[in-house]
Design a protein around this ligand. Structure first.
Ligand code: HEC
Length: 176
C-alpha cells in the first residue's frame, strides 16, 4: 500500500531525526566533559584522555626513573645532610682514625671500599672492591644489604633521594 515516495519520506524523517539525536548527544557529551573538567579543577584535558592508545607511551615513564645522582648531590644541602647523618653517628665517627662499631667516614667519598687501616671489615666489604663514588654511596645507602650482600652494617637504608643527596653532600665535606 506504500508507494516508493512515502517510504522514502518515512526513511528520510527517521534518519534525519537519528542524525539530530546523535549530534545533540555528541554536543552534550562535549559540553558535559568540559564542564566537569573545569568544575573539578584545572584539568579539562581529562576529557580527551581516550586518545592515548600507544605502546611507546610507557617508555618515557621508565626513563624518568633514572636518577642523575651527581646532579642531585651537587645540589644537595649540607646543613640538612648533617641532620640525616644523625642516623649514622652512633656507629660512625667523622675524624681520622675515629673508632666506633663502624669505620670512620673521614674522607669517605672517593675512598677505596673497605680500606680503613685496622678496621675489622666483613669479608663481604673487604672483598667488594672499587671506590666510594657518590653513585656507589647513593646505591649502598639505599639498601646496604642489597648493594653489599653480607655486610655487617646494621642499617636498613634511606628511602628518600633528597635525604641521600643531602647526606652525601655532607660526607663530601669530611676531610680531603
Ligand atoms: C648500626 C651501626 C651502623 C649504622 C647505623 C650505620 N653504619 Fe655504616 N657501617 C657500619 C659497619 C659495622 C660497617 C662495616 C661493614 C662491613 O664491614 O661489612 C659500615 C660501613 C659503612 C661504609 C663503608 C666504609 C668503608 O670503609 O668501606 C659506609 C660508606 C657507611 N658505613 C656509611 C654509613 C652511613 C652514611 C650511615 C648513615 C646513613 C651508616 N653507615 C649507618 C655500621 C653502621
Amino acid at each position: 500500500m506504500f508507494d516508493t515516495m512515502t517510504v522514502t519520506k518515512i526513511a528520510g524523517a527517521f534518519f534525519g531525526a537519528l542524525l539530530i539525536f546523535l549530534l545533540l548527544n555528541w554536543a552534550a557529551s562535549v559540553i558535559y566533559s568540559t564542564k566537569t573538567g573545569s568544575r573539578h579543577g584545572p584539568k579539562p584535558e581529562v576529557a580527551y584522555l581516550i586518545e592515548v592508545e600507544d605502546d611507546s607511551a610507557a617508555a618515557p615513564a621508565e626513563e624518568a626513573v633514572v636518577i642523575d645522582v651527581a646532579a642531585l648531590v651537587a645540589a644537595g644541602d649540607v646543613e640538612r645532610g648533617t641532620r640525616v647523618f644523625k642516623s649514622c653517628a652512633a656507629c660512625h665517627g667523622t675524624t681520622p682514625g675515629a673508632r666506633k662499631s663502624g669505620p670512620t667516614l673521614f674522607s669517605v667519598v672517593g675512598r677505596d671500599v673497605g680500606s680503613v687501616e685496622g678496621f675489622n671489615y666483613s669479608s663481604a666489604m673487604s672483598g667488594f672492591g672499587g671506590q666510594w663514588t657518590v653513585e656507589a654511596l647513593f646505591a649502598f645507602l639505599t639498601r646496604p644489604k642489597e648493594y653489599v650482600p653480607g655486610t655487617i652494617m646494621g642499617f636498613r637504608g634511606i628511602k628518600k633521594d633528597s635525604d641521600k643527596a643531602n647526606l652525601i653532600a655532607y660526607l663530601q665535606t669530611l676531610g680531603g
